[in-house]
Design a protein around this ligand. Structure first.
Ligand code: TYD
Length: 205
């Protein structure tokens, strides 16, 4: 039922997703596509308020269920307000993170049951799946160093072991659904990574 094309970017902190999402959007706009670039958490005004709670480094006692529900609440609003209406207009939507982040961080990272996360998110998004998901891969130590240079938010300050579980989780997800995932080496220079993404996207356009 998707009329447009729904592209998501996933990866650990500091993997360069946000830069690549913006570059891809620019490239597609130059080619004449109508493109919306957005992110989670915080792709809507309600989402911005939820994001503040989720990433507040002063909060030390958030229950993992609260966390997964807040990410899903942000996502429900994001799908209803931004993603679905844009796809229905035939646009390309590029989201910096989506449900796979909840599976990687809240299931593989936190240890919450996979079926719980899938059920909550299915209700939040009512079946809306990405057409293609790019996983940007860089070593965890490098990503965390890049991401926390200035300051670390509530999730970034988790242990290296936590982030390694998230990374391994992403690799597992990409293995399980190779037709949707495209794994991209995030180590080279920005332009080179961008070209790999553009090449990998061709078959979906
Ligand atoms: P953000 O500053 O947007 O980080 P990044 O640039 O790495 O995307 O913060 C989002 C944080 O929230 C990031 O640490 C990943 C985490 N997250 C989850 O744990 N679950 C989710 O479902 C989503 C969308 C993000």
């Amino acid at each position: 039922m998707n009329k447009g094309l729904f592209i998501t970017f996933e990866g650990i902190e500091g993997s360069g997703k946000s830069t690549q999402a913006i570059q891809l959007a620019e490239h597609l706009k130059e080619r004449g596509y109508s493109v919306v670039v957005t992110r989670e958490p915080g792709g809507t005004p309600i989402g911005v308020a939820i994001r503040q709670i989720l990433l507040d480094p002063a909060i030390n006692d958030m229950d993992y269920h609260t966390e997964v529900l807040l990410y899903a609440a942000d996502r429900a609003q994001h799908v209803a307000e931004v993603i679905r209406p844009s796809l229905e207009k035939g646009k390309i939507v590029i989201s910096d993170r989506y449900i796979d982040s909840s599976i990687a961080y809240q299931h593989f990272g936190r240890g919450l049951p996979l079926d719980l996360i899938i059920e909550i998110n299915e209700r939040a998004v009512q079946g809306l799946k990405p057409n293609v998901t790019f996983l940007l891969e860089i070593p965890v130590e490098l990503g965390i160093e890049r991401a926390t240079k200035v300051s670390a938010d509530r999730i970034e300050r988790e242990s290296i072991e936590f982030h390694k579980r998230v990374e391994a989780g992403y690799q597992e997800l990409a293995r399980r659904e190779p037709e949707r995932w495209r794994v991209i080496d995030g180590i080279p220079m920005v332009e080179e990574v961008h070209q790999s993404i553009v090449r990998a996207l061709e078959v979906f356009l």
